[in-house]
Design a protein around this ligand. Structure first.
Ligand code: PLP
Length: 398
């Protein structure tokens, strides 16, 4: 049995680093004793505009003084306006708001199955997913993700998810049957280790869906909202728009919101009573989400992200070249970069933390660097210097 002697009153589900942050400002975090950290974890791609962005703080305070919550029993101009913004800049025509990534994916699954049900094919329930995927931690989401580490010990899997290797179109094709409803993929696997899907593969999935009457679902919870230099990562790919997409993380800038986006057709099965949420679309979250979209879609913001991404990628490539025994290479898009390690990725994350740089481990022995989109070139330079120091210390120790 696991250690039950901890004095904490919390579940031991998280292996927490012994740091207590008290305050954040931009890309920096400060502990209770005033120690400063450079935050290239960003709450796992959540703090898209950094900590305590003055416009987000103001939006939260302003809404907080007016009204917090009324439920989805009434009209919501705030939801309408955020949905309009998301639709104006994407394939989507309809939006359902949630409180987290997992709930967004749950809505994606239900929307896809319901569409087939309403279109005379209730037997079409299976969703094809990919090895290395991560879609959240509910029972359905762990079945969709297929990671045994997350599935073991939690009873029977939720049926209706069929997993195939990432990137093999022929296998996907061979897996499609009369019970297939949809194909689900992260355009860039995040937890799996910053693995971008080849553009040709995404286009191939789109074609297969069209050929077989399936719905294409994207999970852009981590790679969306400007992370790759476009609002959504798949927008780099010609001819590969989804029918349904889950987002969360960056859209709330730190406030827990998510959304399921869909075409009007794909959303058409979700009539009154089919789905619901008490908190989803909450006014505080909507105030912030609207502001995040204003900022990310403002003229020049994403151009700037792209400029910075070139700088970061180049600097990281130099670091990788300098430590060939520890780092195998750099991969990713935009400000979603991964260092594929030869050393243990946990050791690298730990060594970076000793230099007061926060990063996030991922699958496939990768260290994720996910700075706020507002990071400056000077801050990226500083991060790279810290990574260099961290890797030097690991090299000396080995
Ligand atoms: C974080 C994440 C989720 C789950 O989001 P939660 O808000 O933790 O429920 C799902 N899919 C992807 C790709 C993610 O990165």
């Amino acid at each position: 049995m696991a250690d039950t002697t901890s004095s904490s009153s919390l579940f031991s589900a998280f292996a927490r680093a012994p740091i207590h942050f008290e305050r954040g400002e931009g890309v920096r975090l400060f502990t209770t004793d005033g120690t400063e950290y450079l935050d290239f974890a960003a709450g796992i791609a959540v703090n898209s505009l950094g900590h305590s962005h003055p416009d987000l703080v103001a939006a939260l305070a302003e809404q907080g003084q007016k009204l917090w919550h009324v439920s989805n029993l009434y009209e919501s101009p705030q939801q309408e306006s955020l949905a309009e913004q998301l639709c104006a800049h994407s394939f989507a025509e309809r939006v359902f708001f949630t409180n987290s990534g997992t709930e967004s994916m749950e809505c994606c699954f239900k929307t896809a199955r319901r569409w087939h049900y309403e279109n005379g094919a209730p037997e079409r329930v299976d969703i094809i997913t990919f090895e290395g995927a991560f879609h959240g931690r509910s029972l359905a989401a762990i079945s969709a993700g297929g990671n045994q580490k997350y599935i073991t010990g939690f009873g029977p899997q939720v049926p209706g998810f069929v997993q195939v290797p990432f990137g093999d179109l022929d296998v996907v094709k061979a897996t499609i049957s009369e019970t297939t409803a949809a194909i689900l993929i992260e355009p860039i696997q995040g937890e799996g280790g910053i693995i971008p899907a080849p553009h040709q593969f995404l286009r191939g999935l789109r074609e297969l869906c069209d050929e077989h009457g399936l719905l294409l679902i994207y999970d852009e919870i981590q790679c969306g909202i400007g992370r790759t230099g476009k609002l959504f990562a798949h927008q780099w790919v010609e001819g590969a728009e989804p029918d349904i997409m889950g987002i969360a993380k960056g859209i709330g800038g730190g406030f827990p919101i998510g959304a399921c986006l869909a075409t009007e057709n794909a959303a058409s099965g979700m009539q009154p009573g089919t789905h619901g949420t008490t908190y989803g679309g909450n006014l505080l979250g909507m105030a912030i989400g609207n502001k995040v979209m204003d900022i990310v879609m403002a003229d020049g913001f994403l151009d700037d992200v792209n400029q910075k991404a070139i700088f970061l990628k180049q600097k990281l490539a130099e670091v990788a070249d300098s430590f060939p025994e520890l780092i195998e290479g750099v991969r990713g898009e935009g400000l979603m970069q991964g260092l594929k390690c030869k050393a243990s990725n946990l050791d690298v994350v730990g060594a970076c933390r000793k230099q007061h740089l926060l990063s996030v481990p991922a699958g496939d022995n990768v260290v994720r660097l996910l700075p706020p989109l507002t990071v400056s070139e000077a801050e990226m330079q500083e991060a790279v210097e810290k990574i260099t120091l961290a890797l030097s210390s690991l090299q000396e120790a080995s």
